[in-house]
Design a protein around this ligand. Structure first.
Ligand SMILES: Nc1ncnc2c1ncn2[C@@H]1O[C@H](COP(=O)(O)OP(=O)(O)OP(=O)(O)O)[C@@H](O)[C@H]1O
Length: 534
């Protein structure tokens, strides 16, 4: 996938911090973009945090209004929370043990049958039992209410197993289908942990307690947004650390006290090198899309950040996990529990894969035909291509040929262009987005039911992720995939994937010399028929 974070344009001059004066007046502040914090008074961009109340605010003016409103409030003072004295040893573990009561136990047979019904496989020592619901899991009441408000009535299978294991402070490697709820499975325990720690331990300075790394800016934005929704009303603040946004604002936010940093590796390293952030209290480290983050290009940066932490709990997630990632994960933490749910490493079952053999020169015509057919075009749709230039050219060509409004998103666009295009797509202003791999992983494009792989990605793992954008939480979707001889490197794996899913295989693909000799399910080679009848 596109690894944009090493792009030179992401880096800002070191003196940026000094050059940005604090905004005095509300009107000097710009409007908040989707996903950004909003001022508690006027709704503009909440660039700062009010040090007395922890609310997001846009300027000194709004802070003054906020404080004057609070002092006018006649509510009786809330009795200060009783301070708990903790032993000097591992505080976080002590707190977790105190706060999370033991989950009512099931006997071994019941647990095994529950796991097998839900397609949960676990591997490791003393794996905690799955939970059945959020409310009986010892989570803070406010967090359970936030989950309910977000429509999370029941935990998904991955959440059932990951939340209790994480609460028990275990390091995890989790592989589960695209769209199965992995994000909340790490956010819920992080929010519970951070907010409990803060409400019991009254420190003046609020340094980060957890870090989540993800490979793209859009994914970080989405994860941070979800963290805010689930952590609302709790002593839990977040900082987004991604390229393209001013570094100074990110530093300012961290300095004013946060619990969680969500960021891309490149920008986070940049920030840590230019600014002294106290990481000594970070005891949870999440690698979302771990296989991508441990690939060349990101691995060194991810490891550098990991090495700056002191023995954190490490939680790693992806829909595709291979043996190399498994090996690496065991080197990052001791006693790692491996959890797999559903059908990992394969496209999610709820996406119908329709593979069409199309020669490269015919691809544009084919996509125009699809997009002008009432029967075949099911907007909103995401179209994946392999190059940044290609994304721009194709989006323009679709508009010209079909009259549809289309946006393109890729690593050469500025962050504000990317935000604006995402906003237009997510709000339904435009019905098609043409993008590179930057939207291929992790993006929760809720209304999208159709993706078109105009270009095959360069690995089957990326294929699994891109196809997965067509379905969330088991809702049916469709992936239309263009292939031709140029994709021959993936033929064998693609045919396997299609066979497993029971999807039709185009004749040219099935008959290709690059497809022969595919092992059958039982590991034997396919029998070759006599010449001319393969
Ligand atoms: N317990 C739940 N109840 C209802 N909806 C949920 C629940 N958990 C998650 N969701 C919703 O399911 C959708 C998919 O979740 P999420 O994006 O976390 O999937 P994922 O497993 O991370 O997928 P991917 O591998 O594609 O990143 C989201 O819209 C999320 O809000």
């Amino acid at each position: 996938m596109e690894q944009e974070e090493n792009h030179p344009g992401d880096y800002l001059p070191c003196n940026e911090l000094e050059e940005t004066p604090v905004k005095e007046r509300c009107f000097e502040q710009r409007e908040a973009l989707p996903g950004e914090p909003c001022c508690a008074i006027c709704g503009r961009y909440g660039e700062y945090i009010c040090d007395q109340t922890d609310d997001d605010i846009c300027s000194v003016e709004c802070k003054t209004v906020l404080l004057s409103r609070l002092s006018a409030d006649t509510k009786p003072a809330v009795k200060a929370a009783k301070r708990v004295n903790l032993p000097v040893c591992d505080e976080s573990v002590c707190i977790r043990d105190k706060i999370f009561p033991k989950i009512p136990t099931m006997h071994d047979g019941q647990i095994a049958s529950l796991r097998s019904k839900l397609d949960i496989c676990v591997n490791g020592e003393d794996v905690p039992d799955p939970i059945m619901c959020f409310s009986s899991s010892g989570l803070p009441e406010k967090l359970v209410l936030n989950l309910e408000s977000a429509g999370y009535v029941m935990p998904t299978p991955v959440q059932m197993q990951v939340i209790p294991a994480s609460i028990c402070n275990r390091s995890l490697l989790v592989s589960a289908d695209t769209g199965s709820g992995k994000t909340a499975s790490f956010l819920v325990p992080i929010i519970a942990h951070c907010s409990q720690l803060r409400s019991q331990k009254c420190t003046d300075k609020r340094g980060p307690l957890a870090i989540i790394l993800a490979p793209t800016r859009e994914l970080c934005l989405q994860v941070e947004e979800q963290a805010k929704v689930l952590g609302k009303g709790l002593p839990f603040k977040t900082a987004l650390v991604v390229g393209g946004d001013p570094l100074a604002q990110q530093i300012y936010r961290i300095e004013n006290g946060i619990e969680l940093i969500v960021g891309t590796p490149g920008r986070l390293i940049d920030l840590l090198m230019k600014h002294n952030v106290d990481l000594s209290n970070v005891n949870v480290f999440v690698l979302d899309e771990v296989d991508c983050l441990l690939e060349r290009g990101f691995r060194d940066q991810a490891m550098q950040i990991f090495q700056a932490l002191s023995h954190p709990q490490v939680m790693m997630f992806s829909a595709t996990v291979n043996s190399e990632v498994e090996k690496l994960s065991n080197s990052l933490a001791k006693n790692v529990i491996h959890i797999s749910c559903g059908n990992p490493n394969k496209p999610c079952k709820s996406v119908k894969q329709v593979v069409i053999w199309v020669e490269s020169k015919q691809k544009k015509q084919k996509i125009f035909e699809i997009m002008t057919s009432k029967q075949h075009f099911k907007p909103p749709a995401v179209v994946f291509v392999n190059s940044r230039v290609g994304a721009d050219l194709l989006s323009e060509a679709i508009t010209v040929a079909t009259g549809l409004e289309v946006v393109s998103i890729h690593g050469d666009k500025t962050m504000s262009e990317r935000r604006e295009s995402m906003r237009r797509f997510l709000t339904g202003e435009v019905s098609v987005v043409v993008c590179t791999g930057v939207l291929g992983r992790g993006m929760d494009l809720l209304k999208v039911r159709q993706v078109i792989l105009f270009d095959m990605p360069n690995s089957i793992d990326e294929y699994v992720h891109q196809v997965g954008r067509a379905s969330r939480m088991g809702v049916e979707g469709m992936a239309i995939v263009f292939v031709n001889e140029e994709d021959r490197n993936l033929f064998r794996e693609l045919v396997q994937v299609l066979k497993t899913a029971g999807a039709p295989i185009p004749r040219e693909l099935a008959n290709s010399k690059y497809t022969t000799g595919i092992p059958l399910g039982n590991g034997r080679k396919r029998k070759l028929k006599s010449r001319g009848h393969t």
